[in-house]
Design a protein around this ligand. Sequence first.
Ligand code: ADP
Ligand code: TYD
Length: 211
Amino acid sequence: MRQGLGGTGRFITFEGIDGSGKSTQARMLAERLRAEGQDVLLTREPGGSPGAEEIRQLLLTGDPDRWSAEAEILLFTAARRDHLEKTIRPALAADRIVISDRFADSTRVYQGATRGDLRATVDKLHSLMIGREPDLTFIIDMDPETALSRGLARGSGEDRFEDFGLSFQENLRHGFLALAHAAPDRCVVIDGNRPPEAVAAEVLAQFEARA
Ligand code: ADP
Ligand code: TYD
């Protein structure tokens, strides 16, 4: 499942709707692999490098209508390019396991399919500027109502996307499931509507089965 581009390490991503438990699962997998003595870098998008973290603030705070879908695609891609250059590629080249809480699938779904059909634009920019897919992607699948109540309960102040509401989250869920269907070799769908330990056990089993 390794790719040649950008190094020899392994690149794992977690994707899903807001509040589905991605961050929790990314952290649990990282902790588990570190406990086994593996060299793991846990990172996130948007962000994961100093420049990309600055772009994160522009994207996630403020009015839901602050950016057009097109402007958002450019900002997320700029943040991802910096994350890839400064954080992901160096870690993979050092043969580390990189676990990222979100990556390009989020742009495909959030910007590509929720406000008009911009998927072709997202794909073109991706191949031009990023050109790297994860080796393995966990899509944490959840009922949006439960996920939304979990996410907003955190009160992080980074709720611009949660503020689009429930039907937006329903569209996202279907978008992620469609991606998983289209890329079954890379993506594993995990039922997130269980206690965190049960979800983590399945994630670990799938990781080991595909290592
Ligand atoms: P995401 O990164 O997908 O937005 P988080 O991992 O931050 O999700 O989880 C959102 C909230 O839900 C957090 O308060 C977290 O503690 C809680 N949570 C995470 N996983 C579960 C789970 N399996 N069951 C119940 N609550 C969970
Ligand atoms: P995140 O911090 O993962 O939020 P959450 O923990 O609520 O899931 O991501 C921030 C938001 O940015 C989230 O609502 C999804 C959105 N996003 C995009 O719209 N496009 C992207 O390419 C990425 C990486 C995130």
